[in-house]
Design a protein. Sequence first.
Length: 137
Amino acid sequence: MLNGPTYENLVKHLWVRASVYDKHAAKLEESEKVLIDPFLEGETREEMGLEPFVDTEIGSSIMGVPVFINQEIIAYVIGRASKGNFKDGVDNNKKSPWNDVVNETMFNSKKKGSYNNLSMEKKMMLKIQNENLLPKG
């Protein structure tokens, strides 16, 4: 059913209408409500008639159907836990303690491999990641 350009068109239509809803957007939404009705100052989101802010998400629609993508959905699709640690500023990536884990996961080896050493499944996941999750356009 999704052969040919159909999948590409669905993804294109999803990203054209996409918007990121994060803490900043939630605060802006609250400020707009307070500007309209000053008596709402200091009220919670629920008391203002707004949905509670849970997590950052990407919202869009495809053929009129609302679509929301958040961290848990992405983690579920790639089969990983949605929680973890982020370490900023790794000085030398050649000596990173994560190299062995990444190489073992991708290449089934402790030493670094290349693209042609990846399994077909890993190549497909890399292609999906590069073309859809990390669009360059």
